[in-house]
Design a protein around this ligand. Sequence first.
Ligand code: ATP
Ligand code: MG
Length: 142
Amino acid sequence: MAGKITLTMIKPGAFRKGNTGPILSMINEAGFRISAMKLTRLSTRQAEKFYAIHRSKPFYESLVDFMSSGPIVAAILEKENAVDDYRKLIGETNPENAEEGTIRKLYAESLQMNAVHGSDSDENALIESDFFFAKNERTDCM
Ligand code: ATP
Ligand code: MG
């Protein structure tokens, strides 16, 4: 399993702007298979937990507010080398530094409202997938 999945969220800003479809289309065209997906909304508590690693950062509170401000789409994406390949597809955290043709270059509104999340390691991909999905909601576990 390790190395084959990553967890993405289409963040509230991109969802609000109606960019869910175009982003999912880019994900498909890049060769990722969607093995779980849900439309949901993070509570403040859930957003705090998901981003707990950033608790000491100055942007933490505002990030938690933003991430719980509206619906998101969470999905598990399956592909060889999923974590690294997906981070290449989404581009740099700050859209000003993101390469042309990346999801963040096309759809991010700002450093914070940067359209999508992507796991940063195989270990976190597994943890974050378990955060959103039960085994019977994931074809990679069926
Ligand atoms: P993500 O974890 O969402 O995929 P990332 O791994 O590229 O993004 P992290 O460093 O993990 O970036 O930061 C998590 C999120 O926090 C970023 O995606 C962004 O929304 C927000 N963020 C990061 N740095 C800043 C900052 N300096 N100011 C405001 N928001 C920030
Ligand atoms: Mg990160």
